[in-house]
Ligand binder design. Structure first.
Ligand code: ZN
Ligand code: ZN
Length: 96
């Protein structure tokens, strides 16, 4: 019986829009805050102001927060870049 699960089983992350994992496995969901010497977890949110409407971000506000703030797309881009560099290095080694 097909059709009971309409969407494909391929991963699709609502948070960072990458397809190799689900939202529950997203590392950006509980991203470690890098600011300060206390351990914070940055919270995921979506901007609602007109200028950047719909743009996702991580923030470290609240009781123990440090007011850290990062745009998610910039973080993801950085991550992808790092991964790409890593991969290139690995491939180079294998190619020898
Ligand atoms: Zn994700
Ligand atoms: Zn913080």
């Amino acid at each position: 019986m097909e059709g009971s699960s309409s969407s494909s089983t391929k991963g699709g992350c609502f948070i960072c829009s990458q397809h190799d994992h689900w939202m529950k496995d997203c590392k950006f969901k509980n991203y470690n805050c890098v600011k300060g010497n206390q351990q914070h977890k940055m919270k995921f949110g979506t901007n609602t102001t007109n200028l950047n409407k719909g743009r996702k971000f991580l923030s470290c506000f609240g009781q123990n927060g440090c007011n850290g703030f990062k745009w998610l797309d910039e973080l993801v881009a950085k991550e992808l870049q790092q991964n790409a560099t890593k991969k290139e290095e690995e491939e180079e080694e294998e190619g020898r």
